[in-house]
Design a protein around this ligand. Structure first.
Ligand SMILES: [Zn+2]
Length: 455
C-alpha cells in the first residue's frame, strides 16, 4: 500500500462527510474569510516548502547556472624555478605549474542570491500583471493563475511580513490582498510522491504568465519557439555596459538588468526569502509531510494556533513566540491576507504582525514566557516533541473508532510499527526504488501472521 497524499486523503475524507467537512466545505465568502487554515492547506504548505528547498539545492548544484552567471574556475599558471642536475653540473630552469582555483566553490554559492534577485524582479513584473488584470472578476476571486515556483517563493516570503505586505512599497496590492492563497492549485502542481517534489505549472498558467508578464515561465531554460530563459553568459553580459544583444532578447533581459542593478525593493524581497530558508530547513528536518501522524500533527497544530491567538487578546502587552507546529499554521494563515486580518482581529483582538528578524536573545525569554502563559491558561504542555514517534503515539491515544482496544501496550506497538512502516516507505523513496514496502498488518498488532489470519 502506497502512502496516499495527505492532501488527497483529507479531501476525499471530506467528501464522505466526516470531521474535516467543516474545513473544506464550500462556504460563503463571508464564512470563508473567518476561518482558520485547514489541515489540507497546511499539508499543501509543507509540500510547497519541500519544493522551495529542492529548487535551492538545484540552483546551488547546477553547472548550467554556473555558466549563466559566468562563474567558472580560474585556473592560473605560475612559473617556479627548479634546480636541474646534469652530467656537467647543475642549472636553474623555469617550470610552469597549474594552480587550482580554490575560490570556485565559494563563488558558486553566489548563484542562490543572484537567482533570488532575478526571481524578485520577475515577481515585480508578475505583480503588475496581476494587478492590471481586472477582467473576469465577479464575486470571490478564484481565478488567479499560479506563477512559476521562483515567483511563488518571493510572493510567499512577502506574505510572511504581513505589515510590509499591506503597504507594499507604498502601494496597495488590491488584488493580491484579497485573494486566498491558491493552495489547491499548488498542491496539484507538485508531484508529492517524487522525492524531489517537482513543481509544474499547468499549460494554462504558463501561458497566462508568459502573455501577461512577458517573461518565460521557466528561469532554467527555454523551449523552441518561446521567448528565452537564462542562457550561459547572460548575467555578466547584462551587467556590462556595452550591449551586444538582439532586440528580441531585450524584453527578457531587461528584467535581469533590473535584478542585478542596485534596487532597494529587490534587496528587501531577497532578504525575506533568505530569512524563510531557515524555516524551510526546519520543516524538512521534521518531514511531517511524510509522517503517519500528519493529520493529527496538523489538527493539533491548528487548535494550538487558535489558543496562541487568544493569548494575544488575554495578554496584549506581551510578546508571544510560537512553537514550530503553531508557526507552520500561523504562516499558512498569513498567506491568505484577508482571512488572516479578519480572523486575527476577531480572535486576537487586533492585527498581528509577524516579525522574522528577531534573534534568539529576544526570542528565548519571550518563548519561555509564552510557555508559562499557555500552561497556566490551558493546563496543557506548550513545548512538545514533534518527532514521528511522539506524534504517532499522540494520534493513537486520541484516535477514535480505531479497532485497537484500550490496552496501552498494544496502542504503543501499533503507533511505533506504523512509524517504522512510513520510515521504510520514505527510505525507499529516497533511494528511488519503484517498489515500496508492504505494510504487515499482523506485525502491527503484535501477532504472528497465522494468529492474525485466524481472527
Ligand atoms: Zn519525540
Amino acid at each position: 500500500m502506497q502512502q496516499a497524499s495527505i492532501y488527497t486523503t483529507v479531501v476525499s475524507k471530506q467528501s464522505k462527510g466526516d470531521i474535516y467537512e467543516s474545513y473544506l466545505a464550500v462556504k460563503s465568502a463571508q464564512e470563508e474569510s473567518r476561518r482558520l487554515p485547514s489541515i489540507a492547506e497546511c499539508a499543501a504548505h509543507l509540500e510547497l516548502l519541500q519544493a522551495f528547498r529542492h529548487i535551492r539545492s538545484e540552483v546551488e548544484s547546477s553547472r548550467r547556472l554556473d555558466e549563466v552567471f559566468g562563474i567558472k574556475p580560474e585556473n592560473s599558471t605560475v612559473f617556479r624555478k627548479r634546480m636541474v642536475y646534469e652530467d656537467h653540473g647543475s642549472s636553474w630552469v623555469r617550470e610552469a605549474v597549474k594552480l587550482r582555483d580554490d575560490t570556485f566553490e565559494k563563488r558558486r554559492e553566489e548563484k542562490w542570491p543572484l537567482f533570488l534577485r532575478l526571481s524578485a524582479s520577475r515577481f515585480l513584473s508578475w505583480v503588475d500583471a496581476i494587478e492590471e488584470d481586472t477582467g473576469r472578476r465577479n464575486g470571490p476571486d478564484q481565478s488567479l493563475h499560479i506563477p512559476p515556483l521562483d515567483v511563488l517563493m518571493v510572493w510567499h516570503a512577502l506574505l510572511l511580513n504581513p505589515k510590509w505586505f499591506r503597504s507594499f512599497e507604498k502601494r496597495k496590492l488590491e488584488r493580491l490582498s484579497t485573494v486566498a492563497f491558491p493552495w489547491q492549485q499548488i498542491h496539484a502542481a507538485i508531484s508529492s510522491q517524487n522525492r524531489n517534489w517537482p513543481f509544474e505549472q499547468s499549460e494554462w498558467d504558463r501561458t497566462w504568465f508568459q502573455d501577461k508578464s512577458g517573461l518565460h515561465p521557466d528561469l532554467f531554460g527555454r523551449e523552441e519557439g518561446e521567448s528565452r530563459g537564462l542562457e550561459p553568459g547572460d548575467v555578466p553580459r547584462i551587467s556590462s555596459e556595452q550591449s551586444d544583444l538582439d532586440l528580441h532578447e531585450l524584453g527578457f533581459l531587461e528584467s535581469c538588468r533590473v535584478a542585478v542593478s542596485k534596487d532597494d525593493t529587490i534587496e528587501k524581497l531577497v532578504d525575506a526569502v533568505k530569512r524563510q530558508s531557515a524555516f524551510v530547513d526546519k520543516m524538512d528536518r521534521q518531514r511531517w509531510i511524510r509522517s503517519p501522524a500528519i493529520e493529527g500533527t496538523l489538527s493539533r497544530g491548528i487548535l494550538r494556533y487558535e489558543r496562541f491567538l487568544k493569548l494575544f487578546k488575554l495578554y496584549p502587552q506581551t510578546m508571544l513566540v510560537p512553537t514550530l507546529d503553531i508557526d507552520l499554521v500561523w504562516h499558512t494563515h498569513q498567506c491568505s491576507p484577508a482571512q488572516y486580518k479578519s480572523v486575527t482581529t476577531e480572535i486576537a483582538g487586533r492585527f498581528i504582525d509577524h516579525n522574522d528578524r528577531l534573534g534568539t536573545a529576544t526570542l528565548d525569554p519571550a518563548f519561555e514566557n509564552t510557555e508559562a502563559l499557555y500552561r497556566i491558561r490551558y493546563a496543557d504542555e506548550y513545548r512538545t516533541c514533534n518527532c514521528w514517534d511522539c506524534e504517532a503515539l499522540r494520534s493513537a491515544i486520541t484516535e477514535e473508532g480505531s479497532n485497537i482496544q484500550s490496552e496501552a501496550a498494544s496502542v504503543a506497538r501499533h503507533a511505533y510499527s506504523k512509524v517504522a512502516y512510513y520510515r521504510a516507505v520514505e527510505v525507499a523513496r529516497q533511494r528511488g526504488e519503484e517498489v515500496v514496502p508492504i505494510h504487515n498488518l499482523a506485525e502491527i498488532n503484535g501477532l504472528s501472521r497465522t494468529e492474525y489470519s485466524e481472527l
